[in-house]
Design a protein around this ligand. Structure first.
Ligand SMILES: [Zn+2]
Length: 125
């Protein structure tokens, strides 16, 4: 894990949501939509430690599923619209919610991984 003596602690939530480096808060975390850069362009922090895995996708599915199913139930109970209304409303809503949450959630999980020094468990002998 990289040495962080010269950097004051910063909130992993603000840096993660903004897609910034979890150590300096300045360099970009992402190369494109959700692909990580090799290292921070500002402080040089190596992003090899970052492995959010399926975490962002799971959180997106849980949160988006709650919102979308809730909206569909509310629409059905309140208005009983025809099926094409569901497609016209829920498909764009689903895309916006899922794609909008994926990058910030990945940023927060990577920043929390850095802040908590999370890594794979190892057996010491
Ligand atoms: Zn940095």
């Amino acid at each position: 894990m990289a040495d962080n003596r010269d950097y004051p602690p910063i909130s992993p939530y603000s840096t993660g949501l903004a897609g910034r480096c979890p150590r300096c808060g300045e360099g970009a975390l992402f190369r494109n939509f959700i692909a990580m850069r090799e290292r921070c362009e500002s402080c040089g922090l190596d992003y090899k430690f970052a492995d959010a895995g399926d975490g962002p996708a799971i959180f997106v599915m849980l949160i988006a599923g709650f919102l979308i199913v809730g909206l569909a139930l509310w629409m059905e109970i309140s208005y009983e619209p025809p099926i094409w209304v569901y497609v016209a409303v829920l498909l764009p809503f689903t895309l916006i919610v899922c794609l909008g949450m994926l990058r910030p959630l990945k940023g927060v999980l990577v920043a929390l991984q850095y802040a908590n020094k999370a890594e794979q468990g190892r057996l010491e002998s």
